[in-house]
Design a protein around this ligand. Sequence first.
Ligand code: FES
Length: 257
Amino acid sequence: MTILVQEEVAPRIFKLTLQGKLVEEMETPGQFLHIKVPRADLLLRRPISINAIDQATETCQIIYRIEGDGTKAFSELTPGMQLDVLGPLGNGFDLSKIKSNDVVYLIGGGIGVPPLYELSRQLKEIGAIPVHFFGFASQSVMYDKELFEALGVCHWATDDGSFGMKGHVGMLLDQVVTETPETPAAVFACGNKGMLQTVDERYRNHPNAQLSHEARMACGMGACYGCVCHVVGDETGTKSVKVCDEGPVFPAGKVVI
Ligand code: FES
């Protein structure tokens, strides 16, 4: 794919706009791209979730944070350069049960927020009502606030209290749900382990709660077993799922977090 735009949306957090025929395959929010690092000494691809899809212009966007040499190399790419991209991979969020006027909770934290943008956009297309609950470390690392606010109500929390409620997403849910009790038709979440545990505990009996899990990946296509997670209720410890090709999205209550 060709890089059209590279933009630093917050310190060490970048948004890349990519163009190519591969976009025709991208439909489901929550899937990811497996991208070759443009450095000969770094062999493993990096899995990065799809943030936005635009079929009309054959473009998509991804958002990543610099975590190491691979993502640092991504941040040095400039418009016009080519990237070796595999995808879209994995099973994303299932919207088949969502109807017009359904209230849907989207819960995200930090660098888990990006795939929820395409999800929210598609929910709006169906006529559903997305309500966003997002947590960040501080205001300085927030991004795309206006884009989400254009799609629906947003509730914000920051660990240091620099924007929105002081605290984490679980506290934000406690506060908002107490003030405006409503039963969402679906709950979709993506974020770090602690946030997913909170959402999983809260919504594990909900009929349509889906969590996008993180895992270290190598092949990204189900071949290496590098991304396995245990299944809830498996006392033998032998049952597992592969996050890359069976997930990354699983129903709440299915996977040990
Ligand atoms: Fe290889 Fe999932 S990363 S099986």
